[in-house]
Design a protein around this ligand. Structure first.
Ligand SMILES: C[S@@+](CC[C@H](N)C(=O)[O-])C[C@H]1O[C@@H](n2cnc3c(N)ncnc32)[C@H](O)[C@@H]1O
Length: 213
């Protein structure tokens, strides 16, 4: 299938990466049932990205959201996509507009200087990060945002059917998108909003202007 689990001791940091990006693009288009462009357009709007902004998209896969963000920050803005799946980064680079770049990396170690971005986005990537490493991912997203910078994180919204199938189960508890709010505030973010889109639950947060490093 499209997932490849990286084991402890592998050169890449742990996490579940998606290497077959064409397959992922197809599955995503089907899952959103013709609404992918509209949903991700809403994600861009909700992120607050505007012309001139520097934006990082974490867990960017083939760069679908990054390309939409690149249009939103034009003129003058730049988008950087990060993903541990090298084939996804190659795919994204081939389709990148001039103000969009892509690097191999993980949310837990973004490898850029402090305060480099005005906006950080991450969609459908959090549940791929091992649970004990999620606080580190939020600390990194906080670190790379400038004070006053904005965060938009979204993950799968639990459907009633999935909740019924897994009620009380370990997997549901640990992939509960509502944990995003707790992780963000623990990292120092101030929560600004949350809501639902088709398939997604999103959280908006700000790195407070007076917040610590
Ligand atoms: C379901 S895809 C989501 C892609 C895209 N953001 C979207 O909304 O369609 C999840 C992505 O997270 C990436 N990923 C896995 N572990 C990660 C990590 N530790 N840090 C950042 N991204 C990770 C995978 O390689 C994959 O490309």
């Amino acid at each position: 299938m499209v997932r490849q689990r990286v084991r402890p001791g592998d050169p890449a940091p742990r996490g579940e990466i998606i290497g077959r990006v064409r397959m992922y693009e197809l599955i995503s288009a089907i899952a959103f049932g013709g609404r992918r462009r509209r949903v991700y357009g809403r994600v861009v709007a909700l992120s607050g990205a505007r012309p001139g902004d520097r934006v990082m998209d974490v867990g960017c896969s083939g760069g679908y959201l990054a390309r939409l963000l690149a249009a939103a920050v034009t003129p003058g803005g730049q988008v950087t996509g990060v993903d541990p799946a090298a084939p996804a980064i190659t795919y994204a680079r081939r389709r990148a507009p001039g103000n969009c770049s892509f690097t191999v990396g993980t949310a837990q170690d973004l490898g850029v200087p402090d305060g480099s971005f005005d906006v950080v986005t991450s969609t459908l990537a959090l549940h791929h990060i091992p649970e004990p490493e999620r606080p580190a991912a939020f600390s990194e997203m906080y670190r790379v945002l400038r004070p006053g910078g904005r965060l938009l994180v979204a993950d799968f919204r639990p459907s009633r059917r999935r909740l019924a199938l897994h009620s009380g189960g370990h997997a549901m508890r640990h992939n509960d998108p509502d944990l995003i709010g707790d992780l963000a505030t623990a990292a120092g973010f101030r929560l600004e909003g949350r809501g639902d889109l088709p398939l997604l639950r999103y959280f908006q947060a700000i790195r407070p202007a007076g917040g610590g490093a």
